[in-house]
Design a protein around this ligand. Structure first.
Ligand code: SAH
Ligand code: F3S
Length: 481
């Protein structure tokens, strides 16, 4: 899954290596973006030192944790439904404790304990290291909460336990928080100010993953292009840094290069890019290294300049096109994907047409599309009426989704009768005789297994395709294998 919500992964429970001496059982499930899934690996790692082994059976659990998402109302409703389910299990097993982690914990704070009587523990995204203390409180029969946001916490010193892993691909988080304040978005409120992780600890994690057999990593952040390390501290405080700190600072392009050089055969991905921060040097670094995957997830949200301004997105439609043109010029083989929102307050039919025409210009390979969901506390909620009727939002979204489907089909057809490089990740969901993996461009490819195995990089000739999947035959191992 890239940064964005992967519907197939929602609610996945996580299992980690079992420690013999551990006697308590943890059931942990995650909702929302890749960062949450990655955070759950940090939480499981912290709790593994506190006597917890994970279980996939809710009924067996001593502790149930749900890592939550607040991005749209629907995401929150899904979690509320899960709490009802936990409640039913708690009636059978009254000793079971329930904790809420992540963005809903941060957004609702103590309200959670008041509204949802079954919740014993509320922990925000920067407070996971406090879990041992909080659990001690809970063990003594008290509710426990820590939702303090941090200026420094990056969990750089915690070695995440890879959970439910295919052993081939892993997330490596590089920044936390977001300073952008897009007016529709709750993330700056739930995940705090932007801070970057020490590049040395990132490289160590990449090296460690390679030594354990991993073949692909995704560098994760709300806005990876904004990565900036100058010895620690908030991104916004960089202006106050010393000359020495400024001269030795590491930006995202530098970090990408460091990762690509550290493990020349490790595939490197990153997510998410923000048009306002994606600089030419990042695109040039991508071109320079074969092992940096040629895919950019570049959310645009709207094609209308007026709406972009209302959203506080700091680029225009024209600047976005210029960026797309630069990507196409420097990296002709690069795929591009989007996030789009239909029905932001005041959006007119003309604004919507501007979104469709922007899509026509770019012809994205794929995208994640949503209707606007008003989030409490955001600027849009405070200053604007959610005035586009639900039916119109839905109709506009359907038109956007339909157009994207057509573009995806055009894009996948471009690969017909070509040979692509695929990293095998798992068995195809539709057939146990086929492998499934992704190309550098992040397009799924399936092909007969033959003598190949999970973790192999193979050359695949594309014979057929659907709008989202390439269907082919492996012809040999890739030289990069
Ligand atoms: N910069 C972040 C964005 C996280 S939110 C990242 O990509 O990592 C992911 C996507 O959810 C956004 O790009 C946006 O398209 C969508 N989104 C965010 N807030 C929303 C809201 N209030 N209503 C509908 N969609 C929203
Ligand atoms: Fe949200 Fe905009 Fe940041 S979408 S996560 S405020 S870049």
């Amino acid at each position: 899954m890239e940064k964005t919500i992967d519907e197939k992964k929602q609610g996945q429970t996580l299992v980690l290596d079992q420690k013999k001496e551990n006697t308590r059982k943890l059931f942990i499930e995650s909702y929302g973006c890749a960062m949450n899934f990655s955070d759950s690996e940090i939480v499981a790692s912290i709790l593994s030192d506190q006597g917890f082994n994970t279980t996939q059976s809710l009924e067996d659990a001593d502790l149930v944790l749900v890592n939550t998402c607040s991005i749209r109302d629907k995401a929150e409703q899904t979690v509320r439904k899960r709490l009802e389910k936990y409640n039913a299990v708690k009636r059978i097993n009254p000793k079971m404790k329930v904790g809420v982690l992540g963005c809903m914990a941060e957004r609702l704070k103590t309200k959670f304990l008041e509204e949802e009587k079954i919740v014993d523990l509320v922990v925000g995204p920067d407070a996971y290291k406090d879990l041992p203390n909080l659990l001690a409180e809970v063990d003594e029969g008290r509710d426990a909460i820590n939702v303090i946001l941090s200026k420094e916490e990056t969990y750089g010193d915690i070695s995440p336990v890879r959970l439910n892993s295919n052993g081939v691909t892993a997330f490596v988080s590089i920044t936390r928080g977001c300073d952008n304040m897009c007016t529709f978005c709750v993330v700056p409120f739930t995940r705090g100010r932007e801070r970057s992780r020490n590049p040395q600890s990132i490289i160590e994690e990449v090296n460690d993953l390679w030594s354990k057999g991993y073949k692909e990593i995704t560098l994760l952040g709300q806005n990876v292009d904004s990565y900036l390390w100058y010895g620690g501290g908030l991104k916004k405080d960089f202006v106050k840094a010393s000359d020495m700190q400024k001269a030795t600072a590491v930006n995202f392009s530098n970090l990408l290069e460091l990762c690509a050089q550290a493990q020349p055969k490790m595939r490197i991905r990153f997510s998410t890019s923000n048009p306002q921060d994606l600089t030419l040097d990042v695109i040039e670094t991508m071109a320079k290294y074969d092992n940096i995957c040629k895919h950019i997830h570049l959310p645009v949200q709207s094609g209308s300049n007026r709406i972009l301004k209302e959203m506080n997105r700091l680029h225009t439609r024209e600047e976005y096109f210029e960026l797309i043109d630069n990507i196409r010029r420097i990296l002709p083989e690069c795929s591009i994907s989007q996030d789009l929102i239909a029905g932001f307050p005041t959006e007119t039919e003309q604004d919507h047409q501007d979104t469709l025409s922007l899509m026509d210009y770019v012809k994205y390979n794929f995208g994640y599309m949503f209707t606007y969901s008003e989030r409490p506390g955001t600027m849009a909620e405070r200053k604007m009426d959610d005035d586009v009727p639900e039916a119109i939002k839905k109709r506009r979204l359907a038109e956007i989704v339909q157009l994207q489907r057509e573009h995806s089909e055009i894009r996948t057809k471009e690969y017909l009768n070509t040979t692509v490089e695929v990293l095998i990740e798992r068995e195809s969901k539709k057939s146990d005789a086929h492998w499934s993996g992704r190309t550098s461009q992040n397009i799924v490819a399936v092909f007969p297994k033959e003598h190949y195995t999970i973790g192999d990089l193979v050359k695949v000739t594309v014979k057929d395709c659907t709008s989202a999947t390439l269907i082919g035959k492996a012809i040999k191992y890739s030289d990069n294998n």
